[in-house]
Design a protein around this ligand. Structure first.
Ligand code: NAP
Length: 435
């Protein structure tokens, strides 16, 4: 058999130990498929003495992570440390500068620095791969880079954060409020001690920016992703959505507007109302799902575990097998120099239906004020639900669903209502996902 592909592994946490287990468990099958063995020749993490639940005594431990990139016996540096900058980024630059292959599961780093790293990889003619950075075990990076390569994609969207999806679908199942279900997610190990990136939509935004670059051939633009998390979604929003025929999901959506040089890209992560009949409505718990719409392929749905040691290791090792086979293409589907700079679209240009929830004082004339603002802003209302007085009295919730219309009309209506003494809390707007 051919010479092994030699890996230096930085990071021995959830994913790093998962990779060691996977390579151990499926060693012969992997070698057969890769055409050569894949061998871990050096490992590192912060704490050498930590019990990681696996026997690491046969591996060479390197104290200085950055020395890995310089080792002559290493072909590929595998970064499973995390963090958008800091040691992970330094290691990425060192590895690629040294002409080593570089594989990572680090979505934050790829979203912020992926373009720079792809350029460096091209200069050094070194493979750079990050399948595990998006949607854990789902091979969606490869599917968009290769499987849909013949298509013009118009829209890529999906449920890209398992923690948020677990919280929202558990709120739906139990009727409980956000805080209670966040605690449950933490107790079950689905949410970090600091869940800010997950529930704030940032983690999903990292993944969306990566998918948009691959799917549309555009320069990655994380700063242009408009992000809103799930913290404002209440149990009553979920109940009202249900009564109207929807579930609430945190959805990342990247869509292209216009043609040719006039193409504009809208990237957004926010809670959406998803019709019961849409395949994303059935995605519950920590599962991820990605939908890609191609001009010839039609709608494609990819679904599976978005995180966890085993699924994520599966994606990491798939990248290593590709490199072992000599099959690593352009990381973002076209050479980095050919990626197009796409102007961000104005979100007001979106035409669609929205769910609006108002918390208002329970007095005469309030409904008339809301509907007058809608009329004056040219927003057409499809349905309206008013819930009775809550147990403290004095406040009611009014939920509306609009007909198809430009989003800037809804923004105009909200501007008209700004400062109204009848509104006792800021309104919540959630778009209704188009079929
Ligand atoms: N967990 C998932 O399900 C999942 C899914 C998809 C992608 N990812 C991505 O995969 C990467 C790793 O995630 P993880 O969940 O495996 O993280 P983790 O469990 O926290 O493990 C991180 C590892 O990095 C090591 N480390 C941290 N700082 C270091 C430093 N300065 N020098 C050397 N080693 C250092 C830690 O060492 P010690 O153990 O000694 O402290 C630990 O072994 C992240 O980019 C994450 O976003 C994770």
């Amino acid at each position: 058999m051919a010479e092994p592909l030699r890996i230096a592994l930085a990071g021995l946490g959830t994913v790093g130990t998962g990779v060691i287990r996977l390579i151990d468990t499926n060693r012969e099958m992997i070698a057969a498929r890769a055409g050569r063995p894949i061998e871990v020749v050096a490992i590192t993490a912060r704490d050498r003495g930590k019990d990681r639940g696996i026997d690491l005594s046969s591996y060479v431990w390197v104290d200085d992570m950055h020395a890995m990139a310089k080792r002559a016996d290493v072909d590929v540096v595998l970064e499973l440390v995390g963090g958008s900058d800091g040691p992970a980024l330094t290691l990425a630059r060192e590895a690629l500068e040294a002409g080593k292959g570089f594989v990572t599961a680090n979505k934050a780093m790829v979203a912020h620095h992926g373009l720079e790293l792809a350029e460096l990889a091209a200069i050094r003619n070194a493979p750079f791969a990050f399948e595990a950075a998006v949607a854990g075990g789902i091979p969606v990076v490869k599917s968009l880079r290769e499987g849909t390569a013949a298509n013009a994609l118009t829209r890529i969207y999906g449920i890209l954060n398992g923690t948020s999806n677990y919280i929202l679908s558990e709120m739906e199942r139990t009727g409980a409020d956000f805080d209670e279900m966040l605690q449950a997610a933490q107790d079950q190990g689905f949410a970090e001690a600091d869940p800010a990136f997950d529930i704030g939509g940032i983690d999903a935004a990292h993944k969306l920016a990566i998918l948009a670059a691959i799917g549309f051939g555009t320069r990655i633009d994380f700063d242009a992703v408009r992000t809103e998390g799930i913290t404002k979604v209440s149990a009553s929003d979920i109940a009202q959505a249900d009564a109207l025929g929807y579930v609430v999901r945190l959805v990342g959506i990247a869509s292209l507007f216009g043609e040719g040089d006039d193409r504009r890209l809208l990237q957004r992560v926010r809670p959406c109302l998803v019709p019961f009949r849409h395949p994303l409505a059935a995605v519950t718990g920590p599962t991820n799902a990605v939908v890609a719409e191609g001009d010839f392929s039609g709608r494609l749905l990819f679904q599976g575990a978005g995180a966890g040691d085993k699924p994520t290791a599966s994606a990491v090792v798939a990248d290593l097998i590709d490199i072992a086979r000599g099959q690593s293409g352009a990381p973002f589907s076209v050479p980095s120099g050919a990626l197009v700079q796409c102007v961000p679209a104005d979100p007001g240009d979106r035409v669609g239906r929205d769910y609006l929830r108002f918390t208002v004082a329970d007095r005469t004339g309030v409904l008339a004020e809301l509907t007058a603002a809608m009329r004056d802003a040219n927003v057409s209302i499809e349905s309206l639900i008013q819930h009775g007085r809550d147990k403290d009295g004095g406040e009611v919730q009014v939920a509306m669903v609009t007909h198809d219309g430009p989003e800037n009309c809804v923004s105009k209506a909200l501007e008209l209502l700004e400062g109204s003494p009848n509104l006792t809390a800021p309104p919540l707007v959630m778009p209704i996902l188009k079929d």
